[in-house]
Design a protein around this ligand. Structure first.
Ligand SMILES: Nc1nc2c(ncn2[C@@H]2O[C@H](COP(=O)(O)OP(=O)(O)OP(=O)(O)O)[C@@H](O)[C@H]2O)c(=O)[nH]1
Ligand SMILES: [Mg+2]
Length: 194
């Protein structure tokens, strides 16, 4: 990625995935500004999983300091519950890439994750990566997730623990390399700059 002159490039990234995958935690772990979040108490049977859920969006920001210049990522987290999916289209507008987080310890959510991947791919043909959350000690579940999602070898599946900043950063870096490679390839680096 060329970002000469030290000017900051801005990239909009959507963080999506099934209910309780760790999306809000991911953005909160990474963001260098206080997390903007819209969490409300869970009112249906999912309450047994956790008490609060995102109802419209999360927002955070992280800067990567590369030799060529800063790249600022604006992170938009979606709600995980399907009844709030009207927000998915809104949040996806103008995104340059997306992350699909999946909690690998909850196999029941893998089918939902596959649907979400399909939905976002149809919204926009941009690079994406899968963040396999809670992967430590769950290598088998990560393999199963890969199989269930049926994504091609060009889609990175990055094992992570989103409570760790370093680990969460690796997921974003995997995405950023794909976004920048495509932009360089298309000679469309200009689109990267705000
Ligand atoms: N131990 C551990 N706990 C995690 C990790 N990631 C998320 N959690 C916990 O898992 C639960 C779900 O995390 P959230 O970040 O609220 O999930 P979400 O995807 O934003 O959920 P919705 O917005 O309701 O769809 C929370 O209780 C987190 O504290 C992780 O890597 N390790
Ligand atoms: Mg959330």
């Amino acid at each position: 990625m060329s970002n000469s002159g030290g000017a900051a490039a801005a990239v909009k990234v959507v963080v999506t995935g099934p209910f309780a995958a760790g999306k809000t935690t991911f953005i909160s772990t990474l963001s260098e500004v206080p997390l903007f979040s819209t969490e409300k108490p869970v009112t249906d049977s999912s309450r047994s999983v956790k008490s609060m859920t995102t109802v419209s969006m999360d927002f955070g920001k992280i800067t990567f300091d590369f030799e060529e210049g800063d790249v600022v990522l604006y992170l938009f987290g979606t709600p995980g519950q399907e009844r709030f999916d009207f927000m998915w289209d809104v949040l996806a507008r103008g995104m340059l890439g997306f992350v699909v987080l999946v909690d690998v310890t909850r196999e029941k959510t893998f089918t939902e994750a596959k649907k979400i991947v399909k939905y976002f791919k149809e919204l926009s043909d941009v690079p994406y990566v899968i963040g396999a959350n809670r992967a430590t000690g769950n290598e088998k579940a990560v393999s199963l997730l890969k199989k269930k999602l049926g994504v091609g070898p060009d889609v990175p599946v990055v094992p992570c623990e989103v409570v760790s900043r370093q680990s969460a950063k690796e997921v974003l870096l995997a995405l950023l390399y794909r976004v920048s490679a495509l932009l360089d390839q298309d000679s469309a680096v200009g689109a990267f700059s705000p």
